[in-house]
Design a protein around this ligand. Sequence first.
Ligand code: NAD
Length: 457
Amino acid sequence: MNQLPIYNPATGELITEVPADDAASVAAKSQQARAAQAHWATVPLAERKACITRFRAAIVAELDALAATMTRETGKPIKMSRNELNGLLGRIDFFLAEVDSSTATQTVFNDGGMTEQIEHIPLGVVANISAWNYPWFVGGNVFIPALLTGNAVLYKPSEYATMTGLAIARLLHAAGVPQDVFVPLIGGAAVGAALLEQRIDGLFFTGSYATGAKLAQAMGQRLVKLQLELGGKDPTYVCDDADPQTAAESLADGAMYNTGQSCCSVERIYVHEKIYDAFVAAFVATVKTFEVGDPMLDSTYIGAITRAPQLDVLDAQVADAQARGATLLVGGHRLAGPGNGYAPTVFANVNHGMELMREESFGPIIGIQKVASDAEAVRLMNDTRYGLTAGVFTPDEARAKALLAQVNAGSVYWNCCDRVSPRLPWSGYGDSGMGLTLSTYGIQTFTRPKAWHLRQV
Ligand code: NAD
């Protein structure tokens, strides 16, 4: 069997090697999942919920160890690993509370002996190809509602979050989800590609636009339900009536949390010229307080860049911005020492001619652009092929809502940023994806409606 090496991105050290799948094992496991799904769909919802409730309890019991595992393999600062696991508990609670009403059969007409009903039946066997940056969140958004609604899940964690993926499988199986109903498939792109060859009833992908587009092309002829949660270039506009200090503190966190490796990281900032200088000064001062270092330490705020090739993307964006006249205020370079460190980096005087303002950075780097009016800010916010999130900072609710209504993004934020709620649908517009997770729609998305026309005779 192949072995997959797992490295610590903060130190460069080999952590372990784990057995990986190949095309033959992916095919065999997919067939086992197909055989097991029919029975799982007949297990009463209360029992499936009991499994997920036990899974939740196991996460609570092992939280510190699970957080340490995630930090070792991804370089995520340990406090943020704990935050992710604690945040997942709320998402599980939401799914448990809402699954009954979201999937109950509805009678929508009943008159003159004719009854019409909508039933929600599971899709069947769903593939979940996942990202490493929030492996519990982005995986859990899929496999928890998918399992609750009676699907079998073929789960391919990112090769950069494999140990977490294996921990998820271990805890689900111990909680009573059958081995063939939740099936981890271990490996990188080749294992993901092999998974696409199988007979599946849904493909739920989280990752980059480049990979998502490849998957869409590969699935083109197949007419299988496809959901893609992809990257973004998320903008925020700070209006002239906003408090520059408060906005700067919030947005520095939104840009740099998880070392800037969040799909909804703030990636572009526009500031009204009246408060631009005050905002930039407060932003840089905030960034300078961020502790950079060993992700295992509680005090660390900036950890490692998980994928080494991303360092080249950051270097290229920095070089391009400098060549085009941006002002580097702090950072702008890799960190010395072993591991994938990058200094928190802030540029002022940027424009849309720069790669930094157009393509996802996915690192602790941000450009701040001056604007002269609300209209200019809206035009720039919409000058992108992505559309995941966007925000406006102003005390004026009506102004914020009027601006955000014009912005092409799946989630919009007033005086906040980098925020995901289980109660709201999570979806990207444009090249940020298609389909959705979370909210009650994100439960129903793992089912298909069956329409019943029933006449009494
Ligand atoms: P990636 O596209 O490199 O990989 C994602 C997954 O796809 C991995 O499991 C990988 O092994 C697999 N894969 C790669 N090539 C494949 C192929 N040819 N066939 C099948 N599978 C293949 O992305 P990543 O680096 O893991 O994640 C970072 C990206 O994910 C960023 O762009 C980020 O914005 C995005 N993201 C989006 C959301 C969201 O909710 N919209 C959430 C988290 C991350």
